[in-house]
Design a protein around this ligand. Structure first.
Ligand SMILES: Nc1nc2c(ncn2[C@@H]2O[C@H](COP(=O)(O)OP(=O)(O)OP(=O)(O)O)[C@@H](O)[C@H]2O)c(=O)[nH]1
Ligand SMILES: [Zn+2]
Length: 291
């Protein structure tokens, strides 16, 4: 049997990239019995028929991670893209994407794009999130600033881009590799096009150790997957860090006495906008639970 990775799935067929080739495969019926669906990103063992060079997926190797939207296995890294302008940077939204990615326990790379439009403001934000402890790259798909660094970050990862519409996710992918040729443009023209073409999620191979999903992750940003509000503390890494010093183990860092997090906000060691995002998401989780 040969090992490969599923890079695409269309209508019951799976396209498995091996060292030499891309093989069109079907899944063994046994997976259905086991209620197991092969996913894009799955490492699989296949048997190839010598007659027509199509194959059967015989075994799915253990998954490292499993993303729900879009359904992809073994994603290791999320590249969260925000633009400094057009659309304007929205730290609250950035924090939300970070929470989604932290929850999935994925490596996070923050990419502040369109730096050509306002590099001062961009740098401010880059410094802020670096200070928190994140890996941040400032980029411009227009001037190719930061593209080499972004390309390098793909090595040894299955990456997925995430971020709001229009920030330049497709443009960045195209700058990384001209062969990708993803459609870019303003939102309205893309929506029109989208109505007539069925989109399939596909893993783009950048090189043997670097795959990128052609479809953005985390389309829905509802926090309803968080069942217990106490979870949220762990998805803000600096709040988690400073929270160790709170008087109460169960401190939610709102109005509890001797809260180390509140103190660090006052001292300026936790950014106010991050703390505000935290409080806001906490309310959202509570509201969800009431329904
Ligand atoms: N000035 C400037 N414009 C950019 C940059 N990157 C992308 N753009 C423009 O921003 C617009 C949106 O870019 P896309 O790459 O389509 O954005 P996207 O994030 O893929 O958008 P969706 O597919 O809707 O999620 C296009 O008109 C791009 O030309 C950049 O670095 N600087
Ligand atoms: Zn506290």
């Amino acid at each position: 049997m040969i090992e490969g990775i599923i890079v695409k799935g269309v209508g019951g067929f799976y396209y498995v990239k091996t060292d030499e080739d891309i093989i069109e495969c079907r899944a063994r019926g046994i997976f259905r019995e086991e209620n197991l669906t092969p996913l894009i990103g799955d490492r699989v063992l296949i048997r190839i028929s010598s007659e027509d060079n199509t194959g059967y997926i015989e075994k799915i190797l253990p998954r490292k991670t499993q993303m729900i939207r879009p359904p992809v296995a073994n994603v290791t890294q999320v590249i969260i893209v925000m633009s400094i302008k057009k659309p304007n940077i929205n730290p609250w939204l950035l924090d939300k994407f970070i929470v989604m990615a932290e929850r999935e326990k994925l490596n996070i790379l923050i990419c502040i794009n369109k730096l050509d439009l306002d590099s001062d403001k961009g740098q401010e934000l880059i410094d802020m999130y670096k200070d928190i402890g994140y890996k941040v790259i400032g980029t411009s798909a227009k001037t190719e600033l930061g593209i080499d660094e972004l390309r390098e970050s793909l090595n040894n990862n299955i990456s997925v881009f995430a971020g709001p519409s229009g920030v330049g996710k497709s443009s960045l992918l195209n700058s990384i590799n001209k062969d990708f040729e993803l459609k870019t443009g303003d939102v309205s023209s893309k929506t029109r096009r989208g109505k007539h073409t069925t989109r399939h999620v596909e893993l783009l191979e950048f090189d043997k150790t670097a795959y990128v999903l052609d479809t953005p992750g985390f389309g829905s940003l509802y926090l309803n997957f968080i069942e217990d509000e106490i979870e949220l503390r762990d998805y803000f890494i600096e709040i988690k860090r400073y929270g160790v010093g709170c008087r109460f183990i169960s401190c939610l860092h709102e109005n509890e006495p001797d809260c180390s997090v509140k103190k660090q906000v006052e001292l300026g060691n936790i950014h106010e906008s991050r703390y505000n995002s935290y409080l806001d998401f906490l309310q959202e989780i509570r509201k969800n639970r009431r329904y």
